[in-house]
Design a protein. Structure first.
Ligand code: SF4
Ligand code: SF4
Ligand code: FES
Ligand code: FES
Lengths: 261, 245
C-alpha cells in the first residue's frame, strides 16, 4: 500500500491548536499517581504502625512474616538476608503494584501523564520513535491476566481482614476502622473483578455466550463493573492509601478509633 | 447576531496557511453553517466536504480548535467566541484542498480485512438463528459512520505515521464487529497481531473520546481484541492447553 503523504509536522512537543486546558487531566494523573507512589513507598519501608487492635493496614496484608498478631508464619525468618531491607509490606506489595502497573486503564493514563505518549489527545509528542506495546519491554503487559489471578487472592485476603476487623478484644464490634477496611475491600473487589481480563475470561472471549447461562451472567456483571473501571481504579487507590493512613494514625496514637458498637 | 473571527486553513497537498475571516453568527448555528456563510460571502473557492448536515454521513470531519469534530454537529455556542475559532483539515490524511482531505487510505485498509464468513445456514431454507444476547455486543460497532475522526486523533497515525503497519481504531472496530459475530467463522487474530499492528495501540482512549457515535472503541473493541491476541500468542497456559486439545 502506498505510504500516506502527510504535510503536517505534528511532532513538536506540545504542538496543538487546542484551546482548552489539555494538560489538566495528565497533570491530575501525574500528581495523583505520583503522590500515591511516594506515600506507598514510604509507608512500605516503615515496617511499623501497620496494625491497631483488630485492624491490619492493607499495605501489609497478608502479613506473611512479621511481628504483629496478624502474621501468618511468625516473625522475620532467620534465613532472610540481613543486607535486604525487611518489612512485611515489601514481601507482598509487588503484586498489587504490578496489577495496577499493567492495568489497561492505568497504562493509558500513565503513558500520557508520565511519558507524554501523547501528552494529551491531538497534542505533539517529544519523541519521534514509537514502539507501542508491540516489542519488549511493553509487550510484557500482555501477561496482565496472570497478575489478575494473584489480585483475586488479595481480595479474598482483604475481605477476610475486613471480617476480622470486627473481632475486638471485648468481642464483636464495629469501629470506624472496620467501616474503612470493609469499604476498601469492596472497592478493591469492584476494581479487580471489573478488570478487562476478568471480563474476557468470563465470556468476552466467546462469540456465543448465550448457551452458557452462568458465563453470560458473569460476563454481564463484569462488563458493568468494567464500564466504571476508571472510577473504581481511582476510588480503590484512594481507599487503600487512606486505610493505611487511618491504621497508622490510630496506631501512633494521633487519632483515636471511633467505636460505633 | 454577533461577529466572530475564524482562522481557516487554506491550502493543498503541498502546503498552506491560515486565513482570517470574520462573519456574523446567529443563535443555533453550527460550525458548518459558518463555513458555508464564509464560502458564500467571502471565499467562493473555499473547499469543504459535507452531505447530510445531520451527523450521519461522516463527511464534514475537521479539526475545530485543535480537536477532531464533525463540523455539522459542533454548535457555535459550545465554543469560546471571544477568540478566533480555528478550523483545519484532519492531520492524519493528505489535504486535497482547504478542509477536504484524501481519506482513500482507509478504503484500502478496509479491503484487506477478511470479510464476513458465516457458518453453514442453520435451517433448510438457508437462514440462520442467533440470540439477541450474542449480537448485542457487536451492534454498537455498527453505528460507525466512517467519519475517520478516530483515525485522525490516533497518535500512532497522526504523530508516528504508521499507516503501513497499523490499521487504526476505525478498523479495529470493524474487525471486532466481524470477529465477535456469533455466525462468523473467519479467523482474524493472526492478522491483528502481524499486519494490523494492534500492539501499537497504547490504549490512551483518544479515539473513544472523539467518536461522534459514542462507540466505546478502546474498551469494547480494541482491548477485547488484544485479549484474543494474548490468548493466541502470549498466554503460555492457553497455548499449552491448545497443544493438548
Ligand atoms: S486507544 Fe489506541 S487506537 Fe485509540 S487513539 Fe489511542 S493508540 Fe490510537
Ligand atoms: S468509530 Fe467513531 S470516530 Fe471512528 S470512524 Fe466510526 S464513527 Fe467515526
Ligand atoms: S484492566 Fe485494569 S485491572 Fe485489569
Ligand atoms: S455533513 Fe454529514 S456528518 Fe456532517
Amino acid at each position: 500500500m502506498a505510504s500516506v503523504d502527510l504535510i503536517w509536522k505534528n511532532g513538536r512537543f506540545g504542538q496543538t491548536s487546542r484551546r482548552d486546558a489539555w494538560w489538566g487531566e495528565s497533570l491530575l494523573v501525574f500528581l495523583g499517581l505520583g503522590a500515591f507512589i511516594v506515600y506507598g513507598t514510604w509507608a512500605a519501608f516503615q515496617g511499623n504502625h501497620y496494625t491497631h487492635g483488630p485492624y491490619l493496614s492493607p499495605f501489609y496484608s497478608p502479613e506473611i512474616f512479621g511481628d504483629s498478631a496478624h502474621s501468618w508464619f511468625g516473625p522475620k525468618p532467620a534465613w532472610f538476608p540481613d543486607w535486604m531491607p525487611f518489612s512485611p509490606a515489601l514481601l507482598i506489595l509487588w503484586a498489587p503494584g504490578l496489577f495496577r502497573f499493567t492495568c489497561y486503564y492505568y497504562r493509558g493514563a500513565y503513558y500520557k501523564a508520565f511519558w507524554a505518549d501523547p501528552p494529551a489527545c491531538a497534542v505533539g509528542e517529544p519523541r519521534n520513535t514509537y514502539l507501542g506495546e508491540k516489542t519488549l519491554p511493553l509487550v510484557l503487559h500482555n501477561l496482565h491476566r496472570y497478575v489478575f489471578y494473584i489480585a483475586l487472592l488479595f481480595i479474598v485476603v482483604l475481605g477476610w481482614d475486613a471480617i476480622k476487623a470486627t473481632q475486638f478484644d471485648d468481642g464483636f464490634g464495629v469501629g470506624l476502622g472496620t467501616v474503612i477496611l470493609t469499604v476498601n475491600a469492596c472497592l478493591l473487589s469492584c476494581y479487580t473483578l471489573g478488570c478487562h481480563c476478568s471480563r474476557h475470561l468470563c465470556g468476552g472471549g466467546l462469540d456465543v455466550v448465550s448457551d452458557s447461562p452462568i458465563r453470560h451472567a458473569l460476563y454481564q456483571f463484569t462488563s458493568k463493573l468494567n464500564g466504571n473501571h476508571k472510577k473504581f481504579a481511582w476510588a480503590s487507590l484512594i481507599s487503600v492509601g487512606f486505610a493505611d493512613i487511618y491504621v497508622r494514625l490510630c496506631s501512633m496514637g494521633i487519632f483515636t478509633d471511633v467505636r460505633f458498637f | 447576531m454577533r461577529n466572530v473571527e475564524f482562522r481557516i486553513w487554506r491550502g493543498d497537498g503541498k502546503g498552506g496557511d491560515f486565513r482570517t475571516y470574520t462573519t456574523g453568527i446567529d443563535d443555533g448555528m453550527v460550525v458548518l453553517d459558518a463555513v458555508h456563510k464564509i464560502q458564500a460571502e467571502q471565499a467562493n473557492d473555499l473547499a469543504v466536504r459535507w452531505n447530510c448536515k445531520a451527523g450521519k454521513c461522516g463527511s464534514c470531519s475537521a479539526e475545530i480548535n485543535g480537536l477532531p469534530r464533525l463540523m455539522c454537529m459542533t454548535r457555535m455556542n459550545s465554543l469560546p467566541l471571544d477568540e478566533p475559532v480555528t478550523i483545519e483539515p484532519m492531520h492524519s490524511f493528505p489535504p486535497i484542498k482547504d478542509l477536504v482531505t484524501d481519506v482513500s487510505w482507509n478504503y484500502e485498509v478496509k479491503k484487506r480485512i477478511k470479510p464476513f464468513k458465516p457458518r453453514k445456514p442453520d435451517a433448510a431454507d438457508g437462514t440462520w438463528r442467533m440470540q439477541q444476547a450474542d449480537v448485542d455486543r457487536v451492534q454498537e460497532f455498527r453505528k460507525c459512520i466512517e467519519c475517520f475522526l478516530c483515525q485522525d486523533v490516533c497518535h500512532v497515525l497522526r504523530e508516528h505515521t504508521k499507516h503501513d503497519e497499523f490499521i487504526g481504531p476505525r478498523f479495529f472496530v470493524y474487525t471486532a464487529a466481524l470477529e465477535m459475530h456469533p455466525l462468523d467463522t473467519e479467523d482474524r487474530v493472526p492478522d491483528l497481531k502481524e499486519t494490523d499492528g494492534i500492539g501499537y495501540c497504547n490504549i490512551t482512549t483518544c479515539c473513544r473520546q472523539v467518536c461522534p457515535e459514542h462507540i466505546t472503541i478502546t474498551e469494547n473493541a480494541i482491548i477485547p481484541l488484544k485479549e484474543r491476541v494474548v490468548d493466541r500468542y502470549f498466554d503460555p497456559l492457553t497455548r499449552l492447553f491448545r497443544m493438548f486439545k
